[in-house]
Write a protein that binds this ligand. Structure first.
Ligand code: FEO
Length: 170
C-alpha cells in the first residue's frame, strides 16, 4: 500500500520522510514551549508566559503547515508522538537559552532538508521550505534580543520583573 502511495507523490520520498521528522520536531517545540509557559505562569512572569503560549501555538501551526503540504502533494503525513518534555527549569534566563538552543536545532534541521531538496532536485519542496528559513531567522533574532536584556540588566528580582515587562508577545 505504502509503495503504491509513494509512486504517486509529487514530493521526493526521502524529502517526505525528512518532512515527517520535521513534523515531530515542530510538535516537540510546541510542547516544550507550553511547559515553559506553565513555569512562567507559576512564577508570576505574565508576559513571558504569554510569549511562550504564543510560541507554542506558532509551532503547532508550523507543524500543520508541513503536515498539510505532505498530504496535499500525495504523500502521507504522520501525526507525531511527543515525549521528553521537561517541566524542570531553574530560571527565566535558562528558559530563554534553552528556547534559543531549540530554535537553532530546528534551523539546522530545516537547512539540512533544503540542502537535500537541492541534491535530489525537489524544487517544489525547496520553495515550500523558504518560508521556514526566514521564519527561523526571525525567531532566533527575537530570542537573542531577549537574552541581550539579561546581559544588560542582570538576573536579580527587580531586573527579572523589568525584563518580563519588556517582553512582547504580539
Ligand atoms: Fe517552528 Fe521555531 O521552529
Amino acid at each position: 500500500m505504502k509503495d503504491i502511495v509513494r509512486q504517486k507523490i509529487g514530493i521526493n520520498v526521502d524529502i517526505m520522510d525528512m518532512l515527517n521528522e520535521q513534523i515531530k520536531k515542530e510538535a516537540h517545540s510546541s510542547a516544550v514551549y507550553l511547559a515553559m509557559a506553565s513555569w512562567c505562569d507559576q512564577n508570576g512572569l505574565d508576559n513571558s508566559a504569554e510569549f511562550f503560549y504564543k510560541q507554542s501555538t506558532e509551532e503547532r501551526e508550523h507543524m500543520l503547515r508541513i503536515f498539510r503540504f505532505i498530504n496535499e502533494n500525495g504523500g502521507t503525513a504522520y501525526s507525531p508522538e511527543v515525549s521528553n518534555v521537561t517541566h524542570e527549569f531553574n530560571s527565566l534566563q535558562e528558559i530563554f537559552e534553552s528556547a534559543l538552543d531549540q530554535e537553532i536545532t530546528v534551523t539546522k534541521s530545516i537547512h539540512n532538508i533544503v540542502g537535500k531538496c537541492r541534491k535530489v532536485q525537489d524544487y517544489g519542496s525547496e520553495g515550500f521550505l523558504q518560508w521556514f528559513v526566514l521564519e527561523q531567522m526571525e525567531e532566533e533574532n527575537k530570542i537573542r534580543k531577549i537574552l541581550e536584556m539579561f546581559d544588560l540588566m542582570g538576573t536579580d528580582g527587580m531586573a527579572l520583573k523589568m525584563i518580563d515587562e519588556r517582553i512582547t508577545h504580539e
